[in-house]
Every structure is written in structure tokens, then in C-alpha cells.
Design a protein around this ligand. Structure first.
Ligand code: DX5
Ligand code: ZN
Length: 216
């Protein structure tokens, strides 16, 4: 299966959000990556329900919602209601991760689990078969435009190995500092989904940049 590209809306022009959504609709991108930050789990606040509702109104592709919030369980039903297709929670924010994953699946969304750069792959051993997407953070979450942490390549290889050995069908998604160079190396290590914020939206021709990433 060809890899997927998920432009991160965090780097879009919020004054021209509909224009940027249409650009993604008309591009080779596969998913809209939507970062929700609460100022508690991460040292930044992004946007919440009203903005996602507005995105959903125009978006014609999968909404991949990345929750960087404490207590995500409280909001699972709300995110389903406003149109999330993939809902990803952080391992570090979920003391009862198995229950959280089941609750996301009960709402008929794909269940994603994100790992911070310092969190080892091994923590997923006992839930990997229940997960649809594993999101590896290749920067510390909270901000776009940071530089890629090289240790991520090794984690992709370890995760791929865990997925194959366990018979899991989870996709490997990478988030942070993705560009043509890091993207190509991530794909050869086994990544399935590349999130890209600044590299897409700050480029001269975002549609072409998406195409370039899709053709890596
Ligand atoms: C960071 C977010 C990312 C961010 C990526 O906390 O999870 O999705 O938008 O941005 P870039 O691609 O600019 O590193
Ligand atoms: Zn993200």
C-alpha cells in the first residue's frame, strides 16, 4: 500500500482556512491532521471544537485528530460528533490506555496512540493488537516548525518489528519535522503515514510539496 500524507492544519493560514482546506481537498493528500492542545499536557493551546467543526464542513478527506490533552476520555464522544475519523491519544496522558482505546473504537473511530520522543516502543506490547494507528512524535509535542529528532528512525524499525511479530494491523504515523529528506528515510524504515505542517504550508507551492511527499 502506498504511504499516506497528512498535512498538519496547525501550519495553515487561519485567516484563510477554507482556502487551505480546499487546497488539501484538491491535492494528493490523504488525511487532514488536526492538533488539539490544552496548555496542560503541552505548553501551548491550539484550537478546539468550533474550529474543527468548521474544518469538517469543508474537508473531503479523513480527519485525523491528534489530542495533546489530559483526560482525553472526557471528550471522545464529542470528537466523534464533530466528525473525527481517527482519534489519537497520548500514551503519557492515559493511565487506563486499554479502556481509552476501546472507548474510541466503540464510537466507530480508528484508535490511535501517540508516543513522545522519550517513550519507548515496548510500552505498547500489550495493546498493539488493539491499535489502528501508532503516532510516533519526532519532535516534542506542542509546536510546529521544530527540528526532527534522529532517534525516531530506530523507533520506526522497532515498531515495525513489534507490529509484524504481534500480527497487529496498526499503521505507523510520524509527526514533527517531516520534509523530503526525513520523509524518505522514514518510509524506508517502515512508516505508513507522514504528517507535515511547516514543510507543506510554508512552501511556495503547497500542492506540489504534497505531491512530492506522496511520490517519495
Ligand atoms: C506538534 C504537532 C504537529 C505539528 C507538526 O506538536 O503534533 O502535528 O503540526 O508540524 P511540523 O511538520 O512543522 O513539524
Ligand atoms: Zn500532530
Amino acid at each position: 500500500m502506498k504511504h499516506k500524507i497528512a498535512p498538519s492544519i496547525l501550519a495553515a493560514d487561519f485567516g484563510n482556512l477554507q482556502r487551505d482546506i480546499e487546497m488539501v481537498n484538491n491535492s494528493n493528500a490523504d488525511w487532514f491532521h488536526i492538533d488539539v492542545m490544552d496548555g496542560v499536557f503541552v505548553p501551548n493551546i491550539s484550537y478546539g471544537m468550533p474550529v474543527i467543526t468548521a474544518i469538517k464542513k469543508h474537508a473531503k478527506k479523513t480527519l485525523d485528530v491528534h489530542l495533546m490533552i489530559v483526560n482525553p476520555d472526557k471528550f471522545i464522544k464529542n470528537f466523534k460528533k464533530i466528525g473525527a475519523d481517527v482519534l489519537t491519544v497520548h500514551y503519557e496522558a492515559c493511565p487506563h490506555l486499554h479502556r481509552t482505546i476501546q472507548a474510541i473504537k466503540d464510537e466507530e473511530m480508528l484508535a490511535g496512540v501517540a508516543l513522545n520522543p522519550h517513550t519507548p516502543i515496548s510500552v505498547l506490547e500489550d495493546v498493539i493488537r488493539d491499535i489502528d494507528v501508532v503516532l510516533l512524535m519526532s519532535v516534542n509535542p506542542g509546536f510546529g516548525g521544530q527540528s526532527f529528532i534522529e532517534n525516531t528512525y530506530k523507533k520506526v524499525i522497532q515498531l515495525k518489528d513489534l507490529i509484524e511479530k504481534s500480527g497487529s494491523k496498526a499503521l505507523i504515523e510520524i509527526d514533527g519535522g517531516v520534509n523530503d529528506k526525513t520523509g524518505a528515510k522514514l518510509l524506508s524504515a517502515g512508516a505508513d503515514v507522514l504528517v507535515a505542517g511547516s514543510y507543506v504550508f510554508k512552501s511556495d507551492d503547497p500542492t506540489k510539496t504534497i505531491e512530492l511527499l506522496k511520490n517519495l
